[in-house]
Design a protein around this ligand. Structure first.
Ligand SMILES: [Zn+2]
Length: 153
């Protein structure tokens, strides 16, 4: 399993002042600290650091299953998450919402669940073993915000 952050081209475009998934410029804010996972490096944005708040649609094109929602990014460049296993930021909440998708980016019904953080890795792996699953999205169980995507390999 590999956890992949937001599309790097989208992140770069946003930081360069480009529009978010709603066609609006990102909002700038000062991080309050914990609870602000950057969707590029997958670490919380430290208290006092500048951050961007924007709408992201982590799918290649609009379609009924292409959910759009709020995410945070470090305002300044950071290193995209690229390591084995789950990032530490996915162990801070008691649980997470996961859903598996087909190769055409549609929810595979029956795969969605709120799972305890201690079982998150195993629950994702179980879904990725299915032939019809292309990826598993990990979201906040309380706010439904997209955190990252899990793919096999
Ligand atoms: Zn970051």
């Amino acid at each position: 399993m590999r956890i992949t952050p937001l599309d790097p081209a989208f992140v770069a475009a946003i930081r360069a002042g480009g529009p978010d998934a709603n066609g609006q410029p990102p909002e700038r804010a000062t991080s309050p600290g914990a609870g602000t996972p950057c969707r590029n490096c997958l670490h919380d944005i430290s208290e006092g650091d500048e951050m961007l708040i924007l709408a992201a649609r982590p799918f290649p094109a609009p379609q009924p299953y292409a959910e759009t929602g709020p995410v945070f990014l470090h305002a300044e460049a950071c290193t995209a998450w690229n390591a084995p296993g789950l990032p530490p930021v996915m162990a801070v909440s008691p649980d997470y919402l996961i859903k598996a998708y087909s190769a055409d980016h549609r929810i595979l019904y029956g795969t969605g669940a709120v799972v305890p953080s201690g079982a998150l890795g195993a629950e994702i792996e179980e879904r990725l073993e299915r032939e019809d699953v292309a990826f598993v999205d990990i979201r906040s169980a309380r706010n439904n915000c997209f955190l990252a995507r899990a793919v096999a390999g």
